[in-house]
Ligand binder design. Sequence first.
Ligand code: NAP
Length: 290
Amino acid sequence: MSAVIIDGFEIARQVREDVAKKTAELKAKGITPCLAVVLVGEDPASVSYVTGKEKALLEVGMSDRSIRLNEKTTEKELLDVIHTLNTDTSVHGILVQLPLPKHIDEAKVLLAIKPEKDVDGFHPISVGNMLIGRKSFLPCTPHGVLVLLKTMGIQTSGAHAVVVGRSNIVGKPVAVLLARKECNATVTICHTGTKDLPSMTKQADILIAAAGKPGTITADMVKEGAVVIDVGVNRIPDSSKKSGFRLVGDVDFDAVKEKASFITPVPRGVGPMTIAMLMQNTLEAAECSL
Ligand code: NAP
């Protein structure tokens, strides 16, 4: 059996199309959703993520407030920028691209963003609300994973979901969302302290790989017919590419697709969903200002 390849690019396009339609309606009422994208430094991966987000904003008809700060920006200067954006009523969402340079305390910066503008869903208030099932901005990548599962008609209720990774931006929130009553999955979280990873992953009806390491999930670690969602985005040197690298996930795609029932590719799987959900959160933030 060969798995159905989940076309994250197409599903994200549909989400963006819907967002674009609603954005046009909002603009007719005099509100143009605006996202401030703050980038500190010039890390190539971050620059590429930020450029992708800005391009997507313009495509759905929103406006972007691009703020580029140099690597030496102090924590105080960054916090001042955030305070200004917090009080600017024409800005509906604020995104600070992570990671930040080492001399800046990331937690302090995320805490400074007004929760009403926290479209990344990383503020502790957003995280807390997500945990207790109250309305909040959901973090984009985990939310994107849920939308992929739902769109493909994959049953989560009663399923055993195994999440490999426990970061605050992917592993933990995706586990929480899957365990909420709406999804109703039974969730296991794995990490580097997990004693026998294959024995865990082999139990998964839905396997979410978010380890950030190529080859973490091989075919012998996957149950026949499992749904495999690969969140990993890893750069592998490749001299045949103009960029000098290619992107791979955490899953051994070619072998695992022969065992799984559904699988996401990398690229064009979870990645495009992250941006689409960011657009959706920005739209919601702007709608709240009506
Ligand atoms: P991270 O902060 O580095 O967290 C990785 C997690 O995986 C950690 O909890 C780590 O465990 C666990 N882990 C690593 N190797 C493992 C192994 N061999 N066995 C079991 N657990 C292992 O990474 P992240 O920010 O969550 O991102 C994960 C991946 O997703 C990265 O490739 C990132 O680029 C990608 N990502 C993609 C998107 C997207 O839009 N597609 C968005 C965000 C992130 P410990 O906690 O024990 O260290």
